[in-house]
Write a protein that binds this ligand. Structure first.
Ligand SMILES: Cc1ncc(COP(=O)(O)O)c(C=O)c1O
Length: 453
């Protein structure tokens, strides 16, 4: 047998395991079949068997619809959640240097030691959680792959996963694709997006495997209250549930609000993983470098999924992020202040125009109630209002109902993304003023835009 690289050998080993499994459990349809091609296949022959039914039946998302509409109408796009101001130059330089210095072959599957060590130091510095870099960290292709690895590595078909509504769109798609049932629990929009204690307790069942806790929260901007986190921890212990903590916005928290990690609660150490993103931490969303910290047993389970999905992450990007986490802390420590002034500006302008601003204590986003500006003759919902805003006012937002999985979606809220240049925010506000007429509200601190949730 020809010499195999360690990676190929390990892949072959697992392929054989799958074949063994197929012999063990299936007599007629092996999981892996290798059939010789019997002759030329007509070029017009199309595969007839159904593609993956769940994914292929998903409709075009409203995110794509709004992006296309934004391009078509050349609107100021405050829909998409990426920052205009990019991260540190030193990190970009390292990416180029690392490529030239031959950091271009497969790095270790768990991540390069430099980055795993930097992630461990970062965890200890910012949430007081020391982790063993060799067994308790994993580097992934963005937080998105970390989430996918979590569902793939932790879920068995038939498990239930509790996810708060509104929610980041990849959670439910991945949960369902891995065979889980999603149990949505709506955050309380009328109470600063607090966790509804009773509804949450009722959502737990003997089949609950995971709960997804995204704080600071996209799309609401809520930073989960410590009391709510304590209650989540209590329920996780009572029902033997693991928490996936999506904390990609941990460095975007405003005013007196404080990011507390659920994993920092002692009873959650062994049953929670924490996900971070270089995209959000360094305003470099196109790099797609993420990380996970957590107990070795759970990290190992995610690592097995990661091994087969992407195996590893670009080496030059990993080196740059390792540098950034240690040496560019002033960049991410400064994010909150610069984002807060953008948020306050936008919130003030929107309030003057007649929007009600819901509290946003973190992230790139604020949610506004447009009821006072909706067409009164027709029952205009958030999708119709957001489309009208793009087409007629030239400003794009995202309807909040798009973030709901359950039936309780409100239809009077839109999400604005404010991590944009000051000129872009100003231009958006000027367009809105022109469209809705001169400001008719006094700017003020009403609605508590800097509340802690
Ligand atoms: C809550 C949340 N989690 C995860 C992600 C994905 O992060 P990444 O770009 O690192 O994959 C996003 C991106 O918008 C997000 O908002």
């Amino acid at each position: 047998m020809a010499l195999l690289t360690p990676r190929a050998a390990s892949a072959l080993f697992h392929l054989r395991s799958l074949q063994l499994l197929s012999h063990q459990y299936r007599t007629t349809t092996p999981l892996v079949t290798m059939t010789a091609v019997q002759g030329p296949v007509a070029s017009t022959s199309l595969p007839q068997k159904p593609l993956n039914t769940f994914l292929n039946n998903l409709p075009t998302t409203v995110f794509s619809v709004m992006t296309e509409l934004a391009i078509k109408h050349q609107s100021v796009n405050l829909g998409q959640g990426f920052p205009d101001d990019e991260g540190p130059e030193s990190m970009k330089r390292i990416v180029g240097e690392a490529s030239r210095e031959r950091h271009n072959q497969y790095p270790p599957t768990g991540g390069i030691p430099e980055l795993r060590q930097a992630v461990a130091r970062h965890s200890e510095r910012y949430v007081g959680l020391p982790v063993n870099w060799q067994t308790e960290t994993l580097i992934t292709v963005g937080a998105t792959e970390a989430l996918a690895a979590a569902f793939l590595g932790l879920v068995n078909p038939g498990d239930e996963v509790i996810i708060f509504d509104p929610q980041y769109d990849s959670y439910s798609a991945m949960a369902v694709r891995t065979g889980a049932t999603v149990v949505p629990v709506p955050l309380d929009a009328n109470n600063s997006w607090r966790v509804p204690g009773q509804a949450l307790a009722q959502a737990f069942s003997p089949r609950t495997k995971l709960i997804l806790v995204n704080s600071p929260h996209n799309p609401t901007g809520a930073v989960f209250h410590e009391d709510d986190l304590r209650e989540i921890a209590r329920l996780c212990v009572e029902h033997d549930v693991i928490a996936i903590c999506d904390e990609v916005y941990e460095h975007q928290v405003f005013g007196d609000s404080k990011h507390v990690s659920l994993r920092a609660m002692p009873e959650m150490r062994e049953r929670a993983i924490r996900i971070g993103s270089a995209g959000k931490t360094f305003s470099l969303t196109g790099w797609k470098v993420g990380w996970v910290t957590g107990p070795a047993r759970l990290i190992q389970a995610l690592g097995k999924a990661h091994m087969f999905v992407t195996f590893t992450v670009a080496a030059n990007l990993q080196l740059a992020v390792a540098h950034g986490l240690d040496k560019e802390s002033s960049f991410y420590e400064g994010l909150s202040a610069s984002l807060q002034s953008k948020k306050d500006y936008l919130a003030g302008q929107l309030q003057q125009l007649g929007f009600e601003i819901l509290p946003s204590a973190g992230t790139y986003f604020l949610v506004a109630d447009f009821s006072g500006l909706a067409h009164s003759d027709a029952q205009e919902d958030d999708v119709a209002f957001a489309k009208r805003l793009t087409v007629e006012a030239g400003v794009t937002t995202i309807p909040v109902s798009a973030f709901y999985n359950g039936k309780s979606a409100p239809h009077n809220l839109i999400r604005f993304c404010f991590c944009k240049t000051d000129q872009k925010l100003q231009s958006a506000c000027e367009r809105l003023q022109k469209y809705f007429g001169p400001p008719h509200r006094q700017n003020g601190s009403a609605n508590g835009t800097t509340n802690s949730h």
